[in-house]
Write a protein that binds this ligand. Sequence first.
Ligand code: WT7
Length: 656
Amino acid sequence: MADSTPPSQETLSNLLHETRSFPPPADLAANANVKADAYDKAAGDRLGFWEEQAHRLQWDQPWDTVLDWQPPFAKWFVNGRLNASVNCVDRHVANGLGDRVAYYWEGEPGDTRTITYAELKDLVSQAANALTELGVTRGDRVAIYMPMIPETIVAMLACARVGAVHMVVFGGFSVDALGQRLDDSQAKLVITADGGYRRGKASALKPAVDAAVADRPAVEKVLVVRRTGQDVEWTDRDVWWHDLVDSQSTEHTPESHDAENPLYIMYTSGTTAKPKGILHTTGGYLTQASYTHWAVFDLKPETDVYWCAADIGWVTGHSYIVYGPLSNAATTVLYEGTPDTPHRGRFWEIIEKYKVTIAYMAPTAIRTFMKWGDDIPAGFDLSSLRVIGSVGEPINPEAYVWYRKHIGGDRTPVVDTWWQTETGAIMVSPLPGVTSGKPGAAMRALPGIVADVVDENGDSVPDGEGGFIVIREPWPSMLRGIWGDPERYRDTYWSRFEGLYFPGDGAKKDEDGDLWLLGRVDDVMLVSGHNISTTEVESALVSHPSVAEAAVVGATDKVTGQAIVGFVILRSGAEEVSEETVKALRDHVGASLGPIAKPARLLAVPELPKTRSGKIMRRLLRDIAENREVGDTSTLTDSSIMDVIAKQLPSAKQDD
Ligand code: WT7
């Protein structure tokens, strides 16, 4: 099987051939917000198209130029002025929507709050007044380290209102991770809570903040929401939210900010290097967050109840719990806790209770629900759903089909949305009223977005071939840089291919030209001169009835360059893959993808190492497969999992 093709000449192999396809429901198609003509219209006049979308927002001063592009630095809606918080809240109240519910909040213990747009306006105004009292002004950075409670959103909007830059740090991150982000952003205020509820327990947040700010004099104040009532240490740097914010006036006159005023910094999870502070600004970001939320989910704000199950600590929460939905005057469900508390049907119970019509979640959650069994969602009324979405990783065709069938009642379109922290908003996705969705494919770049798949040399690949996904033209919600490091911005995203944005993902165009995302190129395996995507092999494994979840890596191999090692969670829960199953799985992969993709070795594991945002850390599995000491595990949800995996596998090496 040796192949003399130099690896650098080969693009990503296109192995998987999926033939299933689901056309949009007729009524959805007939009434869709976006119809098929949008693609051509946008392609004909891309800047005009985005200008039209920018008119979704309320501007205090119109822009004079749509785009100022000095590659790789973009300015959108130049000299336009607006206030993001006014666009998310005040203007809806002014338009008579004050009584519309902005958020149905569901605490993990079952406590609830319903917040209308009028109430949200009061809360945000009070918080903005409080920020001003604390000396926070335009350009200051504010760290937000909170559970999933309404105050988190209020804090973000209050920052936006006064022109401060928020930097939300996921509440599950450690003292070190928080400290590193405080150092990099030089935040002067931290907003936190005593704790939040997770897995049935009050889990503390304030102690991590105390430790992180102890030797960081740049942090002047810590504003603390009382959520759990647990005991907290207190210093004169600390201020209770209920003391400071609740007594403020509900009147606050917002200023307008430049379209390019920084709105937030979001640190990417970064599995190895120092996290990158991805910077987003105001006008372009809000335009694309708003448009994509309305277009991709076919949002009808008068009647839909929308729920995104992501954490606000990730970009998904920023764009699709806060800025997208609020700018569209949507009604959104916000849930504090985990999917298995107090029982494994909690998500479906929430959908039934609030009659959720649009739901958006991650493939890792979907695969977990598959593992838990079909009977759990079957016990709830999910008939309110009409569009369901997926984000964060490639969704395996099997998981897509399960999601569509068991959650979407075989009726709802599934929108597989590809984007990144850096892109700020969805870039590649089906449109639910237009696209016939293929399980596992993100399908097409949205109107106004110019994506392509290129080979090593940056040349567009023909249909039916794989390579690297690139974005050819700037887009409104693109990152404006890495906080404090313009060179790293250029190097990371703009140096691989001349003039093209390189997101770091592999992708293929199928025979119809539709796009399939194939995972990070760092994870691609090189077997006998063929670049094979981890995604395709994992999807093939997951499509076998005995496999619940799978991760594959390429381990150095004398003969083939790399050999594919598969880590599988078996549905039976077995801790070893029997010889019979090994054969069945290898044959199954061989039949789906071809003999080249057969794993050389298969190992059963009880869990897979995942980041807090649910991404599999293949780097760690590679360490195990190559018998190395396992690298940094600090970003894992559960770092003990690597010990469990390592112990179970005395040696994962193929040749011993
Ligand atoms: C990376 C970005 C998108 C917001 C949440 C994650 C992977 C994301 C998909 C998808 C295939 C996907 C990519 C991307 N990814 N969505 N629908 N299909 N891969 O944001 O942490 O910045 O991660 O997640 O590899 O580059 P992020």
